[in-house]
Design a protein around this ligand. Structure first.
Ligand code: SME
Length: 157
């Protein structure tokens, strides 16, 4: 992985170690991730609650999708498949729920706690086909670091 990508991962590790609530951890993580690329145009978390996804901290245009049922959207698809979903052209994906008219591609990375999805990282780009396997690998590693910290904060394991 590139130096810049490793640097972000290191910064996430440090920020997680210094975060003492879920909201604080997610807020600082979203700031760091969003700062990685000018072409990450909406960066945020959705967290599971009451059987659906609820929007958490985000940076980008305001979204009307504050709560997403699991059978809807690219966001729902990532939870139900328990896998990262990358969409090169959101306009040709019938699942896509638009938050901004300028979005062209999207990546959604589930936050997996063992076999349970507790939420996800969602990033939109205004560039078509913007996300690469390098983004996926980096964000999956970041997701694992965040989950480990949230687990510790909630004191469940
Ligand atoms: N595009 C997502 C919805 C979330 S907004 O982009 C912030 C989806 O299709 O599930």
């Amino acid at each position: 992985m590139s130096k810049k990508r490793n640097q972000l991962i290191d910064n996430i590790r440090i920020a997680m170690a210094n975060s003492h609530s879920e909201q604080e951890a997610l807020k600082v993580a979203v700031e760091l991730i969003d700062g990685f690329s000018e072409d990450y145009n909406w960066t945020g978390f959705y967290m599971m609650g009451d059987g659906a996804l609820n929007v958490g901290p985000y940076i980008g245009p305001e979204t009307e999708h504050t709560r997403i049922e699991l059978n809807r959207g690219i966001c729902g698809a990532a939870v139900t498949s328990k896998k990262t979903v990358m969409v090169d052209d959101v306009l040709s994906d019938p699942r896509f729920l638009a938050c901004s008219l300028s979005t062209r591609s999207e990546i959604v990375v589930p936050l997996m706690d063992g076999n349970t999805c507790i939420g996800e990282i969602d990033i939109d780009s205004n560039q078509p086909s913007y996300f690469t396997d390098e983004d996926r690998e980096m964000l999956e590693e970041i997701a694992d670091i965040i989950v480990a910290r949230l687990r510790k904060i909630s004191g469940t394991k």
